[in-house]
Design a protein around this ligand. Structure first.
Ligand SMILES: Cc1cc2nc3c(=O)[nH]c(=O)nc-3n(C[C@H](O)[C@H](O)[C@H](O)COP(=O)(O)OP(=O)(O)OC[C@H]3O[C@@H](n4cnc5c(N)ncnc54)[C@H](O)[C@@H]3O)c2cc1C
Length: 376
């Protein structure tokens, strides 16, 4: 006897979206969450995530387009503003690899964008203290995603469609048998036709050894600063940004609370043994580099860190996710390993996972994300 067509294990960033999408296809889907959806110690924590249409890797373009459409659908279905459409700025050294790769990617994909010379940038966005050779690319469709709103909206929409949600139910084990996949939590067990593993930094224990060897939870931290003139850093005036200027780099988002600006050193993941035990305190080196970078980049921010935190994400050795069945005919589907970059496309990953786990086709070429690249 089956307990349902599909189980989704983990209702965080991607699992919540997979549950929502699966609930559009079947009323026989159950979501398991160790704590509660959008809890603050998961990769949902920290208020916002950057959304962009212009990606360094053009292979992500179809996924970004799908995700953009689905973010709008989630907003419509929930009646909530989830994506703050403030635009995106990518700043870097003129003729350096960052800006030239972005422009090449834009040419390959046709993503609408605007090149800004140093002078245009200084005039339009005086918040950024530019170096002599800095220029920028503007992505008008970029923005900031409200993470906790997004996840709770997706779970609520799934429940409205008939999905079952089991909170405070950590899954200890999944086992494939001739009848389906047996899911165990404590002394309870269920059997499902298919299972999606979407347990983020905690996924490793549910993955086969071959994939465990290619994955590692990492700690990613965030820092916030108070704006001297909050209007200048409001979403209307201050797009999300990623800046790689010489030896310094930073990314961030406007003051969504009206005062505090997210500005964080770009991509500093640190391997950690357990997703549950991510050190939340910043090291003296992290504080020093962050403070120096903000002092140089943003004269309009007080350079003291007023808030900081750190969260887990599962990284793969090639920093691309694991999206697909464990093997041909397997009933276990992985949607994990988003390696510090999965939120912007959470809706797209969720839809692909739900469709494929329920035996339906998707049209994007996501072969480069298949787990078989590590197990074949
Ligand atoms: C600080 C930080 C900044 C980032 N910035 C960006 C950004 O700007 N743009 C971007 O696109 N991406 C960004 N990312 C990446 C993105 O946030 C993650 O890739 C994505 O959120 C990962 O989602 P997930 O569903 O895999 O994990 P999570 O969102 O952590 O969800 C996993 C869920 O599974 C549950 N769970 C775990 N184990 C079990 C179990 N055994 N049984 C039941 N439930 C379980 C957990 O409680 C949790 O709720 C950032 C990540 C971090 C950490």
């Amino acid at each position: 006897m089956s307990d349902g067509k599909l189980a989704v294990i983990g209702l965080g960033s991607i699992g919540s979206m997979a549950l929502w999408q699966a609930s559009r296809l079947t009323d026989s889907v159950v979501g398991f969450e160790a704590k509660v959806p959008a809890h603050g110690r998961s990769a949902v924590g920290g208020d916002t995530r950057l959304f962009r249409m212009l990606h360094l890797n053009p292979a992500f373009d179809p996924l970004l387009k799908r995700s953009q459409r689905l973010w709008a659908e989630l907003e419509q279905e929930s009646g909530q503003d989830i994506l703050l459409r403030c635009g995106g700025l990518y700043i870097g050294t003129d003729k350096g690899p960052y800006i030239s790769q972005l422009r090449e990617s834009a040419q390959a994909t046709g993503v609408v964008h605007e090149f800004l010379s140093r002078g245009e940038m200084a005039e339009r966005y005086p918040q950024h203290n530019l170096r002599e050779d800095d220029v920028a690319v503007f992505d008008p469709a970029g923005g900031a995603l409200r993470t906790d709103r997004a996840v709770t909206a997706a779970v609520a929409a799934a429940q409205a469609n008939g999905a079952t949600v089991l909170t405070n139910t950590p899954v200890d084990d999944i086992r494939e048998t001739a009848d389906g996949v047996v899911v165990t939590s404590g002394d309870r067990s269920w059997t499902f036709e298919n299972v999606i593993v979407a347990s983020g930094g905690w996924s490793r224990k549910l993955l086969p050894e071959a994939l465990q060897a290619h994955t590692q939870p990492n700690r990613v931290f965030l820092t916030w600063f108070v704006a001297k003139d909050p209007v200048l850093f409001s979403p209307e005036r201050f797009p999300i940004f990623v800046r790689l200027s010489g030896e310094r780099s930073m990314y961030g988002a406007p003051a969504v609370d009206g005062v505090t600006v997210k500005a964080t050193l770009n991509f500093r993941p640190k391997p950690t043994e357990r997703a549950d035990a991510v050190p939340r305190e910043l090291t003296a080196e992290e504080i020093a580099e962050t403070t120096e970078t903000v002092s140089e980049f943003f004269p309009g921010l007080y350079p003291n860190i007023v808030r900081s935190d750190a969260f887990p994400d599962l990284f793969t050795t090639d920093r691309n996710p694991l999206l697909g069945r464990l093997g041909a005919g397997s009933r276990i589907y992985t949607a994990t390993g988003f390696s510090g970059g999965g939120f912007k496309t959470a809706t797209g990953y969720g839809e692909i996972a739900a469709l494929e786990a329920l035996g339906k086709e998707t049209f994007e070429d996501v072969d480069f994300l298949r787990p078989q690249r590590f197990t074949a």
